[in-house]
Design a protein around this ligand. Structure first.
Ligand SMILES: C[S@@+](CC[C@H](N)C(=O)[O-])C[C@H]1O[C@@H](n2cnc3c(N)ncnc32)[C@H](O)[C@@H]1O
Length: 437
């Protein structure tokens, strides 16, 4: 019953002709009210103002990136730089929410020129086992419902026609991670948070689904999302399987509120008992919950190149660059903690959204050197080769070196998506480590 009317003077440009976006407006209908309303004047102003506002890159961050990434990436930095400095050309993915009715949305997306990326690997599309069996124990972390009722909204609101109807009809189906992308920088409107209505889709950088695919989650597993806010990957995990438990951890209180709101917006009350929110410092999870999880995702705090490049004012950029040097130590501790929290034979996926070698390969290398029970898994064939049509991956170690560059990161340590004209996704680094039996 989803109904979207979306008129957008789409990009008049392609990668070869740099044109101008002319204007964009839409009305938006929500299936749960079976009504269609237009955006308020204020919202329309907000919706169109981003078209006028030009993002200004922070010069000190750009200089720093130029210095580091020219050495680390050579020519790939030239094309990544061109993409990062042109936000008008960024692509956006639309991840569908399987807990809502999405047939009309699919049609709308196709009409707009979006197409579905085949994301399900054989592992992740295994038939359902027993979904959502375990309840959170004792004084453990808050459940989504608890978290939500403690301040965000009344989760009973979710049991409106949208929640209950879609839940019955669609939850019984096999989990399915569905993402639509557009060959050009066509932006789909975001959906506003409505306490009584589940959202039908989540807008994201499609490369951020790679860590979730690498995790190969299965029904009935215990999964830890160690650094979870704002919750995009947690939602992707819930699209991919019916876990026994998904623990979403976020120590920062403001970001945890954001996470809770995301969970509330995308998940029906019936899965509340298997999705819990925790507030620990991830570095100590391995001690507090040793060997408890089948899978752990460490989507680590990092220097987020896309957003750092647009740090407002010179000061914030410089402050971030000072803090950058401290990140690898924190990331290493988080990854080690994850390896203790995962059971023997279980896997940990480490990911960042930076191109920085110090935060990617070097962190993985340090952990492998320190943890004899850690065994690296090669993602090149499984993900880089499979998705090379959509994403640009950095050269592997066999690529010829240019003079003036340093040895490229060994792609066996992890795969790196580098933004590239026409494939603007990333940056995204993904590595998978198994804890030996
Ligand atoms: C890259 S973001 C995670 C994005 C999230 N996985 C998603 O897909 O929406 C990293 C998160 O790690 C959190 N973080 C920072 N320090 C942490 C720590 N010591 N333990 C756990 N999480 C931490 C940050 O607050 C931030 O929300």
């Amino acid at each position: 019953m989803f109904s979207v009317k979306y008129w957008c003077n789409p990009w008049k440009n392609t990668w070869s002709t740099f044109g101008k976006r002319v204007g964009c407006s839409w009305t938006f209908g929500c299936s749960c009210h079976h009504a269609q309303g237009s955006l308020s004047k204020k919202k329309q102003r907000t919706a169109t103002s981003h078209l006028r506002r030009k993002k200004v890159p922070c010069q000190s961050v750009l200089d720093h990136f130029d210095q580091q990434y020219r050495l680390e990436l050579g020519d790939l930095w030239t094309s990544a730089r061109a993409v990062l400095l042109n936000p008008d050309f960024w692509q956006y993915g639309v991840m569908l929410n399987r807990f809502t009715a999405v047939s009309d949305l699919r049609r709308t997306l196709k009409t707009q020129g979006f197409f579905s990326v085949r994301l399900q690997t054989e592992e992740s599309s295994a038939p359902p086992t027993q979904p959502c069996l375990k309840q959170p124990e004792g004084n453990g972390p808050m459940s989504t419902a608890e978290c939500i009722t403690k301040g965000l909204s009344d989760d009973s609101n979710l049991q409106t026609d949208c929640g209950s109807h879609c839940l019955q009809s669609e939850l019984s189906e096999s989990p399915l991670l569905q993402c639509y992308i557009h060959p050009y920088p066509q932006r789909f409107p975001s959906q506003a948070h409505r306490p009584s209505c589940l959202k039908q889709y989540y807008l994201l950088n499609a490369a951020s689904l790679l860590p979730v695919l690498a995790l190969q989650v299965k029904n009935g597993e215990n999964i830890l999302d160690l650094c979870s806010a704002p919750g995009g990957k947690a939602i992707a995990i819930m699209q991919s399987c019916n876990p026994a438990l998904l623990c979403c951890n976020e120590p920062d209180p403001h970001r945890r509120d954001w996470l809770a709101k995301t969970l509330e917006s995308f998940l029906p009350p019936s899965v509340n008992s298997c999705v819990i929110v925790s507030a620990q410092d991830g570095r100590y999870f391995g001690q507090s919950e040793p060997s408890k999880y089948d899978k752990v995702l460490v989507d680590a705090p990092c220097s987020n190149d896309r957003s750092w490049l647009y740090s407002p004012g010179g000061q914030q950029g410089e402050q971030r660059l000072r803090e950058r040097a401290m990140l690898p130590a924190l990331q290493t501790q988080l990854l080690k903690s994850a390896l203790s929290a995962v059971c023997r034979g279980g896997t940990v996926v480490y990911s960042t959204c930076t191109l920085s070698r110090a935060e990617n390969c070097s962190v993985v290398e340090a952990v492998l050197n320190d943890c004899p029970e850690a065994e690296l898994e090669d993602l090149w064939e499984e993900l880089a080769v499979s998705f090379s049509k959509h994403f640009c991956f950095s050269h592997d170690q066999k690529a010829p070196l240019q003079s003036g560059t340093i040895a490229p990161c060994d792609s066996r340590l992890g795969i790196l998506v580098v933004p590239h004209p026409g494939k603007t996704w990333g940056p995204m680094f993904v590595s998978r480590i198994r804890r030996k039996l």
